[in-house]
Design a protein around this ligand. Structure first.
Ligand SMILES: Cc1cc2nc3c(=O)[nH]c(=O)nc-3n(C[C@H](O)[C@H](O)[C@H](O)COP(=O)(O)OP(=O)(O)OC[C@H]3O[C@@H](n4cnc5c(N)ncnc54)[C@H](O)[C@@H]3O)c2cc1C
Length: 369
């Protein structure tokens, strides 16, 4: 008899094992939308264990770090499939991967050796708290997470406003700023004295991502955990790069795919749905092609323009799916209601100010200023 817990390696995005994994993630996705008796939303532990078993966490790192070294093109295909099956699990993987890649590419051998093997096999969890260096709290005069350099490391004070899966994390890659404006990325072990992971926020969608604030009070972190900096604009240099990028658009197209496939299927019984479903499907195909070309280095449309177009598609396609599902789609537990809420996330997730501005102008029906 085959061992249902035996590791399965998905060799490429065309491997049938990926569809097998996605089908399991899809079946489990509805359960993430309901609070338990304590009022908490479930964390997708089983889903993440499945991803570990299918080797998903190894896709993103090169063989020299123990990964499978998938190309950006193949990673995009992988994310498209995962995100059509379960947005919450896929979103958590993006944050987890953000931490893994920053650790692996940092040049810090100590951090790599200590953390990467357990992150790749799924026995440890790491995440990122970096948005306050890019898209969160940027209008405030003061940095929300301050660092002070000592002889042997750094003392951190303040908070990281958004950290996905913080309460499950063994380590968090955080961004912090020195008084002179230079910034750093550093691994904070969550059992360090002074780290408080707050109760995850109840969200409009993706509450199962257990995203919440992490407060740091006089947290001493040894120099050996430093990944980058201190330098100015650490997020636009070397390992800090890749924030936002194509992955937000990828997950938006993945979710659009789920919604459009739903309308197409309904169209089998209701021919009046076929024409709009095909129009949405063609738009998705166009954006998917642009995305895959960009991932392969042949960019035909700027990242921000692509993001706007993907945001627009995910909002329209999920709402079209709701219209097609009618009142039944508005009942809690029906996937299209969840997809509509999940689509709203793309309006706020790692959204650069020009995309926010363009989005608001589009909703107001005026040209972007
Ligand atoms: C579910 C979820 C999960 C996330 N997970 C992570 C994660 O794991 N790691 C991570 O690093 N980040 C994460 N983020 C952060 C995300 O990428 C964005 O940085 C975040 O959504 C930006 O929103 P904000 O409210 O912090 O923005 P802010 O710009 O800080 O806005 C906050 C408030 O400030 C006010 N404001 C905004 N701009 C101005 C202005 N110019 N003048 C005056 N007032 C202003 C507004 O009232 C606004 O509501 C997550 C976000 C969400 C929603």
């Amino acid at each position: 008899m085959s061992d249902c817990n035996a590791p399965v390696e998905i060799k490429s995005p065309h491997d049938p094992a990926l569809m097998e994994l996605c089908s399991q993630l899809h079946d489990l996705s509805g359960g993430l939308d309901f609070q338990d008796v304590t009022g908490a939303y479930p964390w997708p532990q089983k889903q993440l264990e499945l991803c570990a078993r299918y080797g998903v966490f190894r896709w993103f790192l090169n063989p020299e770090y123990g990964g499978l070294g998938w190309s950006d093109h193949d990673l995009t295909l992988g994310y498209l499939a995962l995100s059509a099956a379960c947005q919450t699990t896929t979103f958590i993987i993006t944050q987890r991967t953000g931490a893994c890649r920053r650790i692996a590419l940092s040049g810090n051998d100590f951090a790599r050796k200590e953390l990467i093997p357990a992150l790749l096999d799924g026995s440890q969890f790491s995440t990122v708290g970096i948005s306050h260096l890019t898209t969160s709290r940027r209008h405030l005069g003061q940095p929300v997470l301050r660092a002070e350099q000592t002889d042997s490391g750094f003392v951190l004070n303040g908070f990281s406003p958004w950290v996905t899966g913080a309460i499950h994390a063994d380590t968090i890659v955080v961004g912090a700023e020195l008084e002179d404006g230079r910034q750093l990325l550093i691994v904070v072990p969550t059992d360090s004295p002074g780290v408080t992971t707050e109760r995850p926020a109840d969200l409009v969608a993706l509450s199962g991502s257990h995203t919440g604030k992490v407060s740091l009070k006089n947290v001493y972190v040894d120099q050996q955990w430093l990944l980058a900096g201190p330098i100015e604009n650490v997020m636009s240099e070397g390992i800090g790069a890749r924030t936002g990028g194509l992955q937000t658009s990828t997950l938006a197209i993945g979710l659009s795919g789920a919604a459009i496939d739903f309308i197409l299927k309904e169209g089998d019984k209701r021919p009046d749905l076929l024409s709009p479903a095909r129009a949405l499907s063609e738009e998705r195909e166009t954006l998917r092609e642009i995305l895959l070309q960009s991932a392969s280095g042949a960019e035909s449309c700027g990242t921000e323009e692509l993001r706007q177009r993907c945001n627009s598609l995910v909002l329209r396609s999920t709402q079209a799916a709701l219209s097609a599902a009618k009142g039944m789609g508005f009942v809690a537990g029906h996937p299209v209601g969840r997809w509509c809420r999940e689509a709203l996330f793309f309006m706020v997730w790692s959204c650069p100010q020009p995309v926010v501005n363009a989005q608001i102008c589009q909703l107001a029906g005026i040209a972007t200023e």
